[in-house]
Design a protein. Structure first.
Length: 94
């Protein structure tokens, strides 16, 4: 099982003892996934909760940021922890 520790003041996540830095939006997105671990989250839900309830952009924005988040985590985690759920959204499964 993976161990995640969030360091808000330094914008880092510690994964199994390894420190990974994240830009603000990716950090907020990962924290959101951590808080909702095991739940299927729609792209609209993610946009409303991580970005802004009044945001006016495509759900593709979520896909792009999830892709960047996966790329940043890939060298440190062998398992895919953010899984795409076809026609639904994403689920975080550590």
């Amino acid at each position: 099982m993976l161990e995640f520790s969030v360091q808000m003041e330094t914008r880092r996540i510690i994964v199994n003892g390894t420190s990974i830095e994240f830009p603000n939006k990716e950090m907020n997105l990962l924290i959101y996934f951590l808080q909702n671990s095991g739940k299927v989250l729609t792209r609209t839900q993610i946009l409303e909760d991580v970005w802004d309830r009044n945001i006016c952009c495509s759900t593709n924005t979520v896909d792009v940021h999830v892709s960047k988040l996966r790329q940043r985590m890939r060298p440190h985690i062998s398992k895919q922890v953010i899984r795409t759920i076809y026609c639904a959204g994403y689920i975080f499964e550590p």
